[in-house]
Design a protein around this ligand. Structure first.
Ligand code: NAG
Ligand code: NAG
Ligand code: NAG
Ligand code: NAG
Ligand code: NAG
Ligand code: NAG
Ligand code: NAG
Ligand code: NAG
Ligand code: NAG
Ligand code: NAG
Ligand code: NAG
Ligand code: NAG
Length: 474
């Protein structure tokens, strides 16, 4: 009898104690959010005015906050592009159920708090495009649920902590480009067997990439451009990264030659090797294999020491949008097969040792629009009147060759031309009247020819190794 009255009392007690635990846990998350807000809003930016006590539903209804479960825990905090210009509070580390922290495209400064290491459930950390500085905290290696780290476009410095490679075995995306990271690429990254996206571009990372990173067989995107890396690209790279879509090693100090095995990659869309110290030949097999035909969109081979003929098989890369092969040592003729590149928008083969005449097929490329630059070679023959078909072309640069004959009147058909540089050739006759049709022309240089009447205007500035990306990747 005594028991039957005691039981409800016990139940009541335990219910009320779990109630206070619920409130306690929720109160902790609420306090952490308020501490986050106090630090993050800074001055003059977004004030997070909706984060107030009067809102129904409590903190789980605050803008950018997502809760789950009972007690209600904060699982996502997503406030990208909110003009937050303060700092990150260490209290974020108190929201122990957080899975997504997305604060990209704000103006947050200061360091990334080491307390983030307490977020065992964190899957996505996105602090990209802020002004964060300091080291990447080693403590992030405790966030063993992480699949995505995006810290690109900040001012982080120091080295990439090797511990990340040892512990974050679920990591799929690691984007750290455009920071000030130094040191070498840690060998431990080879442990990240799920990694599909590795982007360390535009930092000050040096040394030779550890051979082990070529064991990351899930990689789809490998971007290391704009660092101070050296060494040779392994010959068997094509068999090591079977899923590769994008490889950019541009603006480093890589030596050796471009491995022919790249032609074995089934899905490749972008190869960017410009501004290195590569030598040797473009693999003749490039463009031979059907699998590469449908995909490769951009091919950059400029500022290398590559030599030899440009293989005519390049005409098989029918999806190419841009072919940039300047400042190397290519010789021989320009293959007429380039005329098959129906998607080509930009062609630059300047500063090589190419000779023979310009294949007229090039002037029939329907999408050629950004530039056609064949300057500083040893090209001969005339400028075909077919040039007038390039009605979408912005820049035509043929300076520094031995082109002769008259400049065809049809050039007036290139109505959107902004730069026309034909200086240092052997053109003769009169300057065509039709040039007056080119209303957008802002750079024209016809000097050092045998023309009657010379016009001098400013020259073109060429792209350098800055972090501007003219191609887009996911
Ligand atoms: C975060 O947790 C720490 C340690 O448990 C505690 O001292 C601190 O007061 C908490 N901060 C906030 C804002 O809740
Ligand atoms: C609280 O936030 C709600 C939702 O944005 C807003 O309508 C309300 O005006 C806010 N209250 C105060 C006191 O700022
Ligand atoms: C990370 O933030 C950037 C900038 O706001 C955004 O473009 C990107 O899509 C975000 N990535 C993820 C995985 O949410
Ligand atoms: C770093 O992470 C560990 C493991 O989660 C945690 O115990 C420690 O408190 C964190 N350090 C700081 C400074 O928060
Ligand atoms: C980051 O690197 C840039 C360019 O090298 C430099 O101007 C800037 O001062 C560096 N910032 C920090 C915080 O080291
Ligand atoms: C990760 O890589 C490091 C260095 O290469 C190695 O010592 C360690 O054993 C690896 N850890 C795992 C779990 O494979
Ligand atoms: C890379 O893979 C090869 C063979 O698959 C293996 O022998 C080698 O130990 C691996 N290297 C590293 C550093 O993991
Ligand atoms: C390449 O190496 C040369 C000579 O060692 C050095 O002067 C140059 O700064 C390096 N460039 C890059 C991008 O690492
Ligand atoms: C392409 O892959 C096949 C099969 O793995 C291999 O036999 C061949 O040598 C590779 N080609 C190149 C150019 O590496
Ligand atoms: C690729 O180009 C070469 C030379 O132009 C040609 O002989 C070959 O048949 C082409 N291959 C394919 C698959 O189109
Ligand atoms: C191009 O140059 C090579 C080697 O210098 C020479 O053998 C060849 O005859 C030249 N071709 C033309 C069309 O001038
Ligand atoms: C035009 O070409 C001539 C001959 O190469 C060169 O000397 C001059 O600097 C060029 N003009 C301008 C404005 O760049």
């Amino acid at each position: 009898m005594a028991m039957s009255t005691a039981l409800p009392l016990l139940l009541l007690l335990s219910a009320s104690s779990s109630m206070s635990t619920v409130q306690g846990v929720e109160a902790n998350d609420a306090a952490a959010l308020l501490a986050f807000k106090a630090a993050a809003v800074g001055d003059g930016g977004h004030r997070l005015l909706s984060w107030n006590a009067s809102i129904t539903g409590g903190f789980c209804s605050w803008e950018g906050v997502t809760c789950q479960g009972k007690p209600r825990r904060v699982v996502a905090l997503s406030l990208s592009s909110h003009g937050l210009n303060g700092v990150l509070s260490p209290a974020i580390g108190n929201m122990s159920s957080l899975k997504v922290l997305n604060l990209g495209s704000n103006m947050l400064s200061g360091a990334i708090p080491a307390s983030l290491g307490r977020l065992q459930h964190l899957e996505t950390l996105n602090l990209s495009s802020n002004s964060l500085s300091g080291d990447i905290p080693t403590n992030l290696s405790s966030c063993t649920s992480l699949t995505t780290i995006e810290l690109q476009s900040n001012q982080l410095y120091g080295r990439l902590p090797p511990e990340l490679g040892n512990k974050l075995t679920r990591l799929e995306v690691l984007k750290l480009w455009k920071n000030n990271l130094t040191g070498t690429i840690p060998t431990s990254l080879a442990n990240l067997s799920s990694l599909s996206f590795l982007d360390l571009a535009y930092n000050h990372i040096s040394g030779e990439p550890p051979h082990s990173i070529y064991n990351l067989s899930s990689l789809e995107v490998l971007q290391l451009e704009g660092n101070m890396l050296h060494g040779e690209i392994p010959n068997d790279i094509g068999s090591r990264f079977p899923r590769l879509l994008v490889i950019s090693l541009a603006c480093n100090n890589f030596t050796g030659s471009i491995p022919a095995s790249l032609t074995n990659l089934t899905a490749l869309q972008l190869i960017e090797f410009t501004k290195n110290r590569l030598s040797g030949h473009v693999p003749r097999t490039l463009g031979r294999l059907p699998n590469i035909l449908g995909n490769l969109a951009n091919l950059g081979l400029y500022n290398t020491r590559m030599s030899g003929h440009i293989p005519s098989s390049i005409g098989n890369l029918t999806r190419l949008n841009s072919l940039l092969a300047s400042n190397a040592r290519f010789n021989g003729p320009i293959p007429a097969s380039l005329g098959k590149l129906k998607d080509l928008m930009a062609l630059d083969m300047s500063n090589n040792r190419l000779n023979g005449s310009i294949p007229k097929e090039i002037f029939r490329l329907p999408l050629l629009s950004r530039f056609l630059d064949l300057s500083y070679n040893s090209l001969t023959g005339s400028l075909p009147s077919a040039v007038g078909s390039l009605e979408n072309l912005n820049q035509l640069i043929l300076s520094g060759n031995q082109l002769s004959g008259e400049i065809p009147d049809s050039i007036g058909g290139c109505t959107v031309l902004e730069r026309l540089l034909l200086n240092d050739n052997s053109f003769e006759g009169t300057i065509p009247q039709s040039l007056e049709n080119l209303k957008g022309l802002n750079a024209l240089n016809l000097s050092m020819n045998k023309l009657s009447g010379n016009i001098l205007m400013p020259l073109v500035v060429f792209a350098t190794c800055n972090s501007y990306r003219w191609h887009t990747t996911a």
